[in-house]
Design a binder for this molecule. Sequence first.
Ligand code: ATP
Length: 312
Amino acid sequence: MSTPLAIRIRAVRKHFGDIIALDDVDLDIPTGQIHGLVGPNGAGKTTLLGMLLGLTAPTAGEGQILDHQLARTRAVPAGVAGFLDGPGLYPTLTARQNLTSSLALSGVRSNDDTVDEMLETVGLSNVAHERVRGFSLGMRQRLGLAAAVLTKPRLLVLDEPANGLDPAGKRQVHDVLTDLAARGTTVVLSSHRMDDVEALCDEVTILMSGRVAFTGPLAKLAAENDSLDYRLVTSDPASARRIAAATHGIHLRGADEGMAADPAPTRPLLLAAATPALDELVSRLARGGVAVRELTPVLSPLEAAFLTLTDS
Ligand SMILES: Nc1ncnc2c1ncn2[C@@H]1O[C@H](COP(=O)(O)OP(=O)(O)OP(=O)(O)O)[C@@H](O)[C@H]1O
């Protein structure tokens, strides 16, 4: 049996005067999934997230968010938490007071230990008693996430949650979200960082000018890519270049494209290929006694799809 849907949206449109922010959007997000929303500036990501949070009503279309119909009222539906444009925090209260106030407002029962554990989880124990006024963007992001998570949401909606985070902060946020999803919370987040989305999300939706250009698993996106650019490092660059040039479906790129053989190339070889041709190349290299030390996509499937769709 398939996983029940946390979000089911059909033919949703949103107009702001003459501006069409969302145009005929369909979206299915199963319960417990971490779903990434990507797209260029102005694509409609924040508008869609705002709709999930009950802050914006659709102009047309319909949807089901958890047990609720897509908002006609401007209120965050029960079971949903999150934030747009940074978390709403009280600057004059301490980090700890912010969490206890947020809990009190949400009506969720909790105890002091839970609050302290959450501060520890997001790496803010050492500043628990400091006022939020002096916090950096990354600290605010982590505190906002902690406040949202403490309310035990069934759906967590986050606009650019990795903004301003250093690598340690990013890992803490990743751990919190992965743990939440493993316990059944659905997470929908937007990001301009493709590497974050790929590291964290099960599925992704690419929005372009308010329309869904792609929605589905990242693996499907990779499979739909005819050809990707790769960087190849081997034990014998000259032989590798010769073998690559003679392999059907391999296209040399950059400085190697159409160039006479470089007798002693030292740079990595750049080439474009689909997966079957790449498999063939690796077999031929092995048969030719050339060891493959590194074979990596120059752009990930998500980055490549994004650039193709935005025609950059
Ligand atoms: N309240 C509003 N009033 C008028 N236009 C709006 C409003 N909110 C969004 N828009 C417009 O709707 C379109 C989509 O905006 P939205 O903020 O949803 O895009 P986005 O994908 O989140 O962009 P970014 O990556 O820059 O945050 C844009 O053209 C924007 O100018």
